[in-house]
Design a protein around this ligand. Structure first.
Ligand code: ATP
Ligand code: MG
Length: 456
C-alpha cells in the first residue's frame, strides 16, 4: 500500500495547484505532468484494486480449503488419493484412524501396503480396471490397528484438465461392526456345523461299534451250534461210509450187525434229523439277525415308507436288553402290526436312544422296570418309554434337547441322542416329549404319523 496517497482525481488537482504556485511552467509541461500523475494514480488505483482482489481470492481459497478439509475429516468413509503409479498423495482422517498412521507418513507409500495380503490380487488390477470403468463395491480388507477391517471399496480415475489419467481415488466404506460380526458369525456357524457333522458321524460310529459288538455276540450263538452240528455230521458221515464200504465188500450179516452196533448207527440215524433241524434253526437265526441289521442301512436319501413300528421297537429293545449289563424287568404293551410313516432306520435310532436313556437312568435304582407301550390313535401312533429311574431335575428339563447336554460321565454319552432324535422326529412331522412321572422316573413320548401327509 502507498500510505500518503488518497484515491481520486480531486486530490490530484490540489497537487497540481501547488506545483503551479511553486514551479512556474509553460502550459504544455504542466499538462504533461497532470497526465503523468493521473496515469500514476490510475495505476495505483488498479494496484490497490488487484491487491484487494488477491486478498479476497486468498480468503476464498482458504475458506474452500477449510471447507474441503472439514468434509474430508468428517467423512466416515476412508479416502485414499493416489498418483498414476498407485503412490499415496493424500488420505483423510478416517484412514488415519483406521490404520493408526499419520497422513504425512503415508505420502509416497504404495496404497497396496495398506491392504491385507489375501486381497492384493484384487487391488493390483485397480489401476488397469479404472481405465475402462470405475471399480464398484469391491469387498476387501485393510490392515487396521486392531486387525483387518472389511470395506466396500469404490475406485475412480482421477484426470487432469486435458482428460489424461493422473491417478485414482479410492473410497472405502467400512462394512460396519454388524456386518463384521455377521461375517464372524457366519464363519463360526460354518465351523460349528462342520464340528457337529463330525460329532454326529463319530456318534454314529460309536453306536455302530456297540451294534457290531452286539451283533457279533448274537451271531456267535447260532454259528457255534451250526458248527458243532456240522462237526457231528462230519463224524457221522465217516461212520456211515465205513458201514457202506463193508456192505459193498459183501461182509456177512453178523459182522455188519456187529459193526452197526459198534458204530452206534441206530442212534446216529435218530440224531440226524435233530442235527439238521438244529442247523436250520441256527441258519434261520442268522437270517433274522441280518434282517434286523437292515434297519440300520436305511439312509436319509431313501424314500419314506409305511414301516412296521412294532418290529422296530422289538428289535431295538432286544438289542439293548441283550447288551445291558444290568437286569431290567420289561413290560411290553406293544400290539403287533403298528405302522408308522417315515424312515424306519432313523426312527429305529430314536427308539434305541429313548430305550437306552431309560435303561441308563436306572443304573442305580432299586427297582428297574422298563415299560414300553404303543397304541394307534386315529391317524397316528403313540409310543412311550417309562422307567423307574431318578427322573430329571426341573433345571435340566428344559435342556434335554440341547445338543451336547449330558449328565453322563465323559466317554459314556455325547448328549446328542435327544437333540438328533428331536430333529428326526420333527422332520417326520411327529412329536417327542420327555416328562417326569408323578410317581418317579421319566416318561418319553414319541408320536408319529401312521400315514403319508399327516402332521402330528
Ligand atoms: N429316561 C431318562 N431319565 C433321566 N434322565 C434322562 C433320561 N433320558 C435322558 N435323560 C437326560 O438327558 C440327557 C441327554 O440325553 P441324550 O440322549 O441327549 O444324551 P446322552 O444319553 O447323555 O448321550 P448319548 O445319547 O449321546 O449317548 C442325559 O444325559 C440325561 O441326563
Ligand atoms: Mg442318549
Amino acid at each position: 500500500m502507498l500510505p500518503h496517497h488518497k484515491n481520486g482525481v480531486n486530490d490530484l488537482s490540489s497537487i497540481s495547484d501547488e506545483k503551479k504556485i511553486d514551479t512556474p511552467m509553460d502550459g504544455g509541461t504542466e499538462d504533461a505532468w497532470v497526465s503523468v500523475i493521473q496515469k500514476m494514480d490510475e495505476a495505483y488505483a488498479d494496484l490497490v484494486h488487484s491487491q484487494v482482489e488477491v486478498e479476497e481470492k486468498n480468503a476464498e481459497l482458504e475458506e474452500n480449503k477449510l471447507f474441503f478439509d472439514s468434509i474430508q475429516s468428517s467423512m466416515s468413509d476412508v479416502l485414499i488419493v493416489c498418483d498414476h503409479n498407485g503412490a499415496i498423495q493424500r488420505v483423510n482422517s478416517a484412514l488415519e484412524n483406521l490404520t493408526g498412521r499419520k497422513g504425512d507418513s503415508l505420502v509416497g507409500v504404495h496404497f497396496t501396503t495398506l491392504v491385507e495380503e489375501r486381497f492384493l490380487q484384487k487391488v493390483d488390477s485397480f489401476l488397469n480396471q479404472i481405465r475402462i470403468q470405475p471399480v464398484r463395491d469391491c469387498e476387501l480388507e485393510l490392515i487396521g490397528t486392531e486387525g483387518s477391517v472389511p470395506l466396500s471399496m469404490n475406485c475412480s480415475p482421477r484426470k487432469n484438465h486435458r482428460g489424461r489419467l493422473v491417478g485414482m481415488v479410492l473410497i472405502g466404506r467400512p462394512l460396519g461392526e454388524l456386518q463384521k460380526a455377521y461375517i464372524d458369525l457366519n464363519n463360526t456357524h460354518a465351523e460349528l456345523k462342520l464340528a457337529q457333522e463330525r460329532l454326529v458321524q463319530s456318534e454314529k460310529m460309536a453306536s455302530l461299534g456297540r451294534l457290531v459288538a452286539g451283533v457279533a455276540h448274537e451271531l456267535n450263538n447260532p454259528i457255534s451250534f451250526v458248527y458243532g452240528n456240522m462237526h457231528a455230521l462230519q463224524r457221522y458221515t465217516e461212520r456211515l461210509s465205513l458201514y457202506f464200504d463193508a456192505i459193498n465188500e459183501g461182509q456177512s450179516r453178523e459182522s455188519l450187525k456187529a459193526m452197526r452196533e459198534e458204530l452206534r448207527l441206530d442212534k446216529l440215524i435218530r440224531d440226524l434229523n435233530s442235527l439238521v433241524d438244529g442247523t436250520m434253526e441256527g441258519a434261520d437265526r442268522v437270517k433274522e439277525i441280518v434282517n434286523d441289521l437292515r434297519q440300520f442301512s436305511s439312509t436319509q436319501e431313501s424314500e419314506k415308507t409305511c414301516f412296521d413300528l412294532t418290529h422296530v421297537i422289538r428289535t431295538a429293545l432286544h438289542w439293548i436288553i441283550k447288551e445291558s449289563k444290568q437286569s431290567v424287568d420289561v413290560v411290553e404293551i406293544v400290539p403287533d402290526g403298528l405302522y408308522a410313516f417315515g424312515h424306519s432306520g432313523q426312527i429305529h435310532q430314536v427308539v434305541v436312544n429313548l430305550i437306552q436313556n431309560a435303561v441308563d437312568a436306572m443304573i442305580d435304582s432299586q427297582v428297574k422296570c422298563l415299560e414300553l407301550q404303543a397304541v394307534q390313535v386315529g391317524k397316528r401312533v403313540e409310543f412311550s418309554v417309562s422307567d423307574t429311574g431318578p427322573g430329571v431335575s426341573e433345571d435340566n428339563l428344559s435342556r434335554l434337547f440341547d445338543p451336547f447336554f449330558t449328565t453322563k460321565p465323559v466317554g459314556q454319552g455325547t448328549g446328542l441322542g435327544l437333540s438328533i432324535s428331536y430333529g428326526i422326529v420333527s422332520e417326520h412331522g411327529g412329536k417327542l416329549e420327555i416328562s417326569n412321572q408323578p410317581l418317579g422316573g421319566v416318561r418319553a413320548l414319541l408320536v408319529l404319523p401312521s400315514e403319508e401327509n399327516d402332521i402330528v
